[in-house]
Structure formats: structure tokens, C-alpha cells
Design a protein. Sequence first.
Length: 92
Amino acid sequence: MPTSDAGGRPALSSDPETRLTVTANSDTCVTSNLCVNRLPQVFGQDEDGCVLVLDPHPAAELGRELLRARRSCPTRSIRVEGMKEGAEGPED
């Protein structure tokens, strides 16, 4: 299995046994809405505007966007588990 794609970015696993898990801490969320704007199919907001995870096990194809959403969170309230080691890749 390749460790990087043609652009040199880390490869995301297409193995069905690999499962991404997304969690978010609404207690530390400051309602910036960046995650909701980036991935509305994964993230939503409660009545106070704090993050909700709508899809805790999104498709692996969303991995890079999930990492971007996580990095853009000003309070680091988003966690993404199940990425292959080193899948952080360069900042986009």
C-alpha cells in the first residue's frame, strides 16, 4: 500500500477495516464555525453555536479535509482518530 500519493502527500487508507473517528469538545468550542463551513456533512452546531459531530465515522476520503478542519479550529476542540501514522502531512 502506498505511503504517499502522486503529490507527495501521505496516503489515506482505503482499507474497510480502517475507520476514522471524529470527536469534538463542545466545552472548549468558541463557535468560530470553521469546521461547519468546511465539512457541513460532518459538523453542525447546537442551539448555542457549539460544535456537534453529525457523522462520527465519516468516509476515509474526507481524511484530508478533516485534518484541515482540525487544524483550523482555534481551540483545537476537534480530534480525528484512525489516520495512518504520519498522515498529518504538510500544512495546507
